[in-house]
Design a protein around this ligand. Structure first.
Ligand SMILES: Nc1ncnc2c1ncn2[C@@H]1O[C@H](COP(=O)(O)OP(=O)(O)O)[C@@H](O)[C@H]1O
Ligand SMILES: [Mg+2]
Length: 360
């Protein structure tokens, strides 16, 4: 069998740009060099596509260390300096000339996980890993995800959705509405972001305007959501028509909630695989993950995140990530490894599931 050529696409225009580079580095290390030739494709924060040379150099950086030792601004400067050396073409990539057979997408967040690049690749007839346009777009929006899975019978945290423009036009009215409807503490979060960016846990009324301001400045739509007291349980799902569901993992946040610092900088959160809940409850969470995966029309993969209410034991779906973190210490590959699918096999299966979806 001749080797297939994989475009490993990373970086991108989202706030999770750096995390995407770290994920891509792990993927590159786990794709079989016997079966595939990998061409790194780096999308800058500004949307410039750079293939091979500079992309390969960026993939070689130790961004995890840089993220811990310096500021996000310094890291962005390092990347920008490297890009300056590259050709200034907006799209330095020729799918045909490079003979690209399949794309491995490691773009997190907007413009990567939300259906846009999936639609672009569909129009180019390039198969890609993970979910298609609709499931990607739907799960990017936390409010729509909740609507859809609630319709399939799953529990979700009570919430309201606000349009940022409405809040900014009449803050007093919105503040009064929220204060009438929610007990402290509650969460304010942008509908379409990830990595906990722009999310606040609001404990007192005086924290509410800043929380809304922050979320509204990042997204056109914002959720205000009841805080769930309980365990955070995550499940990895892999496959197309007959997906496999991993064991349950648990995250114990190192701070007030699982925020950006906790996720990527301080590494204070504790991960437990399997989750510290009874076996019967683990089975129910796995069943709920499969229900959500099917209801949302996922394919390839998704990580499905839940809360289990500490008092009632109710399983509450929080969110769905169609391109979850992919570093060696990320939950998705760890859950799959614990379920008998080590990282190199996971990369291989994702590519095979992508190739299965080629449209005539
Ligand atoms: N309704 C909620 N109740 C309790 N904790 C929450 C709630 N919503 C979010 N959190 C906390 O905030 C973290 C990030 O929120 P999440 O909705 O998962 O957004 P992101 O897409 O940024 O990961 C969660 O992992 C959890 O610790
Ligand atoms: Mg989350």
């Amino acid at each position: 069998m001749p080797r297939l050529t994989v475009a490993l696409i990373f970086g991108g225009r989202s706030t999770e740009h750096e995390i995407s580079i770290i994920s891509a580095k792990s993927i590159a290390a786990n794709i079989s060099t016997e079966g595939y030739k990998v061409i790194p494709v780096y999308i800058t924060r500004e949307g410039q596509w750079l293939c091979d040379g500079i992309a390969r150099k960026i993939l070689g950086l130790d961004l995890s260390a840089l993220l811990r030792s310096s500021s996000p601004e310094a890291m962005a400067d390092t990347l920008r300096d490297m890009v300056k050396l590259a050709a200034q073409k907006p799209f330095d990539l020729d799918f045909k000339a490079l003979g690209i057979d399949v794309a491995f997408l490691t773009l997190h967040g907007t413009y990567g996980e939300d259906g846009r690049i999936q639609g672009f690749l569909d129009t180019c007839s390039i198969p890609y890993t993970g979910c298609g346009v609709l499931a990607s777009a739907l799960t990017m929006d936390k409010a729509l995800t909740k609507l859809c899975v609630a319709d399939a019978g799953l529990a979700v945290a009570p919430s309201i959705t606000l349009l940022s423009a409405d809040y900014l036009a009449d803050p007093e009215n919105t503040l009064a509405l929220i204060q009438r409807q929610f007990k402290y503490p509650f969460f304010v979060k942008p509908a379409n972001l990830g990595s906990s960016i722009g999310i606040s846990k609001v404990h007192h009324g005086d924290q509410l305007p800043a929380a809304l301001q922050s979320a509204c400045s990042l997204d056109t739509k914002v959720l205000v959501e009841t805080a769930i007291k309980g365990r955070e349980i995550e499940v990895a799902v892999l496959g197309n028509e007959h997906p496999v569901v991993s064991v349950c993992g648990e995250i114990e946040p190192g701070s007030d909630f699982y925020d950006y610092q906790d996720k990527y900088i301080h590494n204070t959160a504790k991960l437990f695989i399997p989750a510290r809940i009874p076996v019967q409850l683990q089975e129910e969470v796995r069943g709920a993950a499969l229900t959500a995966y099917k209801a949302l029309g996922c394919r390839g993969m998704s990580r499905i995140d839940f809360f289990v209410d500490e008092q009632t034991g109710t399983i509450i779906l929080n969110e769905v990530n169609t391109i979850p973190g992919f570093t060696d210490i990320s939950m998705y590959p760890m859950l799959m490894a614990a379920s008998g699918i080590p990282f190199p096999e996971l990369a291989e299966r994702l590519l095979q599931f992508a190739l299965e979806t080629i449209q005539p």
